[in-house]
Design a protein around this ligand. Structure first.
Ligand SMILES: N[C@@H](CCC(=O)N[C@@H](CS)C(=O)NCC(=O)O)C(=O)O
Length: 208
C-alpha cells in the first residue's frame, strides 16, 4: 500500500489524495502538522530530508517528494495520463507552471490570510506581490479555460487535478475567483468527475 505523509488543508497534499481516490489506489495517510513544526522534527527529517509534505512512500519502500512528481508517477498508464507525446508534454507544461508561477503566489497568500491571519499585517507588502502574481496566473488559466473545457486535450487529466489543488481555494487568499468565469465553469466540471471529493472531506475520510 502507498503511504502519504500529509497535512490538513494543503492543496499540494489534497491533489495527491484526490488522484489516488479517483484511480482507486489504496493508501493510508500519516498526518504531519505543519503548524506545529512537525515537518522539521528529527523523526520526519529521517523520512524526508527535504522537510516538506506531501511525501509518498511507494509499496516497494521508495520515497517520493514533490506533489506533481507523485501525480505523474501515479497517473502513468491510467486514463488520466495522455499517451500522445504532445499532450503529455502539455501536461508537464501545466504542472511545471503550477509549481513555478501559480502555487508559489496563491498558496502563501492563502496561508497568511486564512490559516495564520495573525501574521498578515507584517507581510502586507509580500501579500500585495503574491496577489499581483497570482492574479496574473489566474488570468492566464482563465483565458485558456474560456476556450477549452479542460487544460489538456479537452478531457479531464492529471493536469486538471494538479491545478485544481490550489485554484479552488484561491478565494481564501482573497483572489477574486468569481471574476474568472472560465475557471469557475472548469471547477464545476472538475467537481462533477467520478469519485471527486472535497479537500476537507477527503482528509477526514482517509484519516478515519
Ligand atoms: N514543491 C513542493 C512544495 C511542498 C510544500 O511547500 N509543502 C508545504 C505544505 S503545502 C510544507 O511542507 N511546509 C512546511 C515546511 O516547509 O516546513 C510540492 O509540490 O510538494
Amino acid at each position: 500500500m502507498h503511504t502519504l505523509y500529509a497535512t490538513m488543508g494543503s492543496g499540494n497534499c489534497y491533489k495527491v489524495q484526490l488522484l489516488m481516490r479517483q484511480l482507486d489506489i489504496p493508501f493510508r495517510v500519516i498526518n504531519i502538522d505543519v503548524l506545529k513544526g512537525e515537518t522539521q522534527s528529527p523523526e520526519y527529517l529521517a523520512v524526508n530530508p527535504n522537510g516538506k509534505v506531501p511525501y509518498l512512500v511507494l509499496p516497494d519502500g521508495q520515497g517520493l517528494g514533490e506533489s506533481d512528481a507523485m501525480l505523474l508517477h501515479l497517473a502513468e498508464g491510467s486514463h488520466l495520463m495522455p499517451t500522445d507525446p504532445m499532450e503529455r508534454t502539455r501536461v508537464f507544461e501545466w504542472l511545471f507552471w503550477e509549481q513555478s508561477s501559480h502555487e508559489p503566489h496563491i498558496s502563501p497568500a492563502r496561508f497568511w490570510i486564512a490559516i495564520m491571519p495573525e501574521g498578515r499585517d507584517e507581510r502586507a507588502d509580500q501579500i500585495a506581490v503574491w496577489h499581483e502574481r497570482g492574479n496574473k496566473a489566474l488570468r492566464m488559466m482563465n483565458e485558456h479555460l474560456l476556450q477549452n473545457d479542460f487544460l489538456v486535450g479537452n478531457r479531464y487529466t492529471v493536469a486538471d487535478i494538479g491545478l485544481y489543488g490550489y485554484t479552488h481555494v484561491a478565494d481564501e487568499g482573497e483572489f477574486p475567483l468569481s471574476d474568472y468565469m472560465g475557471i469557475c465553469k472548469w471547477m464545476d466540471r472538475v467537481r462533477s468527475m467520478p469519485r471527486h471529493m472535497p479537500m476537507m472531506e477527503i482528509a477526514t475520510a482517509v484519516a478515519a
